[in-house]
Design a protein around this ligand. Sequence first.
Ligand code: SAM
Ligand code: SF4
Ligand code: SF4
Length: 372
Amino acid sequence: MTDAFRTITFQPAALRAVAPSYYKLEMPRDYTTPVLDKLQRPLRDLRISVTDRCNLRCTYCMPREIFDGSHAFLPRGELLSFEEIERIARQFLRLGVQKIRLTGGEPLLRHGIERLVEKLARLQTVEGKPLEIAMTTNGVILARKARALREAGLDRVTVSLDGLSDATFKTMSDSKVSVATVLDGIATAQTAGFDQVKVNMVVKRGANQHEIVPMAEHFRRSGVVLRFIEYMDVGCSNGWCMEDVVPAREILDRIALHYPLQQVEPSQLGEVAERWRYADGGGEVGVIASVTQAFCHECTRARISTDGKFYTCLFAGSGFDLRTPLRAGINDHGIANLIADIWRQRDDRYSQQRHLPTERARERVEMHYIGG
Ligand code: SAM
Ligand code: SF4
Ligand code: SF4
């Protein structure tokens, strides 16, 4: 994407001057064909970061030495309100989004999050189907919230857990939370009636690769789908290096030594996880090989940061301010056209280019703010 396009900051007056059509627009432009980016990718998924705060300090995401002390989290007034999120979400749906994932930071820390789920659950996709709503959470307070979230209309929940032993979990999450607390959250989610509960485990060499097989053993035959995520160079604070990445192949090989695996066909375009099933019928596992097998060519995901910036890639350095025009009175058609025009300019494919020295050196926004 050209820098000139990315760096437009939409101050109300500037927006009117740069793009008066966004404000004046009364009729939507023609969206009968899907809105495609420069690499012909449609807009299908939206991830919304509802808070930049978290009750854990995972070393690969929010290292304590950077995010405690002087780090300034967003003040309340900077956050999109639930009404603003709903308005933006509606416009994304008009452009083809079929699934929204609420994330953060820790989404369960956002006060009244069930009310947002309830609002979103009333929305429909452009084909008139119910919108699919998912959430990624660290599970720490899920046991308390799971039933209310399900009743509010949340369809799916993914819980992050990086190991089964308290020692590993405490080191990875840099907290005093016990594994039992997260397992309790997972069990409550299962009984609350979610379509499918998934567990995400980030694997970092030298930190938790010894937990791969115990985690696989624990979640086999449990109804939970465990997915292993390659450690990524998101943001600029985690000190990532390629040597710390355990490739998805190695993860699968370790599991297959104990439990033979068979590959499962992907069920939809843009599915990030490669799916495998246990040959003995013990269920499914997945790997998200974002580093060693980049899937940018089919990436249909957009992200909205906690303060309402639209990011077209997880590894972007800057986003497009939607909150300012929203608060300055832009109408719905204007928002939809703004989003569509930004998407049409998109040519991001960082994971396929991270080996280039120019890409590695770029500033990248932090994951808890943009939404994981
Ligand atoms: N706090 C919630 C949680 O942890 O599930 C939601 C936000 S978190 C940023 C979303 C997901 O991103 C989690 O599954 C987390 O493990 C993953 N994640 C964070 N930093 C990562 C990194 N550097 N590499 C790979 N995955 C990462
Ligand atoms: Fe918090 Fe999730 Fe980041 Fe861990 S991965 S620090 S739980 S936002
Ligand atoms: Fe999508 Fe960017 Fe990740 Fe590629 S690097 S898969 S474009 S978010």
